[in-house]
Design a protein. Structure first.
Length: 295
């Protein structure tokens, strides 16, 4: 029988087998001894790699940055200098902060209003609408006076046409601003409905927080937490809040490739409006960021 040459070296084969054994050992289905509330949701703020649950001798559970492992596992030349994160302490910190958010939905509404940037406050809408109305009336009166001047032979035909064309262009500009303003009024109404959904969701969920089981806590964490980034003593919790009742059972996943990007206010608003206008089944407020100290 002819021998087939090896595709990989024996050393590479052994490394792969070691990696497969390691993956099997720490796979979720095989982790029945310890429960990690933030499993797959913690990132290292130092090297930006994911943190995994680990149990050390003595029964101490930690979240450990993948960058602390050997290069074959971390894909990094140097080990990450971050410390091990006490799992129980971090789990309790994030859970308590999330409970505070749900018990006080005004925090969410305030972040929502900051994302709007004050563009659609009722008093500003009314003022802009009135200013545009006055501008339109003034231009129409100017056109009437211009026509009267031409009919009275005060203006020549060429001068009349030039001024009349300028006034028409200004009227068209005002009309375009009015259309944009009315569109923003419609968006504001959509945002008001979203705020109502947020408050209703928080009021309903907060009733069972005190008696929640681990499975219920985990389900709520998966729904509302996009990422927990730990940098030394600082813990950054990035929340995502569903904007529609039908989305409360759908885990948020659209920010998974953007853990460390801090969007501008305009980017957050544009992201929010695009989701609201598109009717996407996954509508959320993203980037509600809270900072806490891990003592």
């Amino acid at each position: 029988m002819a021998q087939v040459p090896a595709i990989v070296s024996q050393e590479q084969f052994e490394l792969v087998q070691e990696k497969l054994a390691h993956n099997q050992q720490f796979a979720r289905r095989n982790n029945t001894a310890h429960q990690y509330l933030l499993r797959a949701l913690v990132s290292c703020g130092v090297c930006r790699l994911a943190c995994m649950g680990r149990n050390h001798e003595g029964g101490y559970a930690y979240y450990a940055c993948r960058g602390k492992k050997a290069p074959i596992y971390s894909c990094r030349d140097e080990k990450c200098p971050s410390r091990y994160i006490p799992a129980q302490q971090l789990d309790e910190l994030v859970w308590q902060d999330m409970c505070e958010i749900l018990r006080h939905p005004e925090h969410i509404v305030a972040a929502f209003q900051r994302a709007q940037g004050g563009l659609w406050l009722p008093q500003e809408l009314h003022a802009r609408r009135e200013n545009l109305r006055k501008a339109r009336v003034s231009l129409e009166h100017q056109m009437e006076r211009l026509t009267d001047a031409y009919l009275a032979n005060v203006l020549q035909l060429g001068e009349y046409k030039r001024r009349h064309q300028e006034l028409e262009q200004r009227l068209q500009s005002v009309a375009e601003q009015v259309r944009q303003l009315e569109a923003s009024v419609g968006r504001r109404d959509e945002l008001a409905a979203m705020v109502q959904c947020i408050e209703t969701f928080c009021q309903r969920v907060q009733q069972g927080l005190a008696q929640a089981t681990f499975e219920q806590k985990r389900q709520l964490i998966e729904l509302l937490v996009d990422r927990v980034v730990v940098t030394g003593e600082e813990v950054e919790i990035r929340y995502v809040i569903p904007l529609s009742p039908k989305n409360e059972q759908i885990r948020f996943c659209h920010l998974r490739l953007d853990y460390f990007h801090c969007p501008t206010r305009a980017e957050r608003l544009d992201h929010l409006l695009q989701r609201g206008a598109s009717g996407s089944k996954n509508q959320y407020i993203g980037h509600l960021r809270r900072f806490r100290a891990l003592l």
